[in-house]
Design a protein around this ligand. Sequence first.
Ligand code: CP
Ligand code: NVA
Length: 339
Amino acid sequence: MNLLNRHLLTLKDFTPEEIEYLVDTAITFKRLKNEGIPHRVLDGKNIALLFEKPSTRTRCAFVVACVDLGAHPEYLGKNDIQFGKKESVEDTAIVLGRMFDGIEFRGFKHETVEGLAKFAGVPVWNGLTDLYHPTQILADFMTIKEELGHLKGVTFSYIGDARNNMGNSLLIGAAKMGMNFRAVAPKELFPSDDIVTYARTIANETGATITLTEDVQEGVKEADVIYTDVWVSMGEEDQYEQRIQMLKPYQVNQQMMEMTGKDHTLFMHCLPSFHDLETVVGREMHDKFGLTELEVTDDVFRSKNSVVFDEAENRMHTIKAVMAATLTEGDVNDLIKRS
Ligand code: CP
Ligand code: NVA
């Protein structure tokens, strides 16, 4: 496998074999990390990390991944550089591409990360846009593979806002990997037609199935995985009231977990999550709407079936795989053996 110089803007950019290769490479990196074996396969490289939106996991995963791989990470927050204010995407991309070996971008418009990729001349990785969050899905798929041993044929129910970056990316990823994907949401929050059409075309080749349903009972029956995300994504903060009304019946709670009819259904969430009062937003939600939990109840979040913190850790291992694969020639496993 050779992914040198490839961008990761959405999972559309990679074949099922390439996605599996990235997940497996991440599993190798995790073993090396746990066994304390150095893996500095990006020694001497420099990586730019651009963030228009805040982040805990993605930022930290990239920083620690860079350091472990021997690369230097440079964090550039929205107030640190001229980008988007005094300097165009094109000029910023060219300048960064002259100095850095790879660029991560997190922000609002998906066109921005596409613009960076067009002009940078080095690999660009999408760390989340309004439309897609592909590096998260690699970590999620790694977690499922660790838990269930495979991806193909897994029944995966995504509950809640199926029209956001997570819903879009999971739909595409599941179609690629031959999974049974169900979006369980009110119609207004089904993924957009163009993404569903794309995913259905891929599903015809991979054997995946795609179901969009408003019916929770039908949507979670026999699910191997129940996945949810926040009801209000970054940049949509004025929509809490409307979303709470729409999504109340789609809260992941113990009753919904039991509707699967399986004991071992995994609970997954990309995080951050609203499941208690321990945050500023949590207290605001309580004062405004009388709620202490939104998309998931605290008991499910903390249950033995919950793998949310494995997903969070796996962000780092998968981001290592993405950077190593796109910044080096040939198979990363050969490189690891030689390093
Ligand atoms: N899941 C995720 O992307 O988390 P952050 O927003 O903390 O990066
Ligand atoms: N849909 C969420 C994902 C956070 C990782 C958001 O965009 O805020």
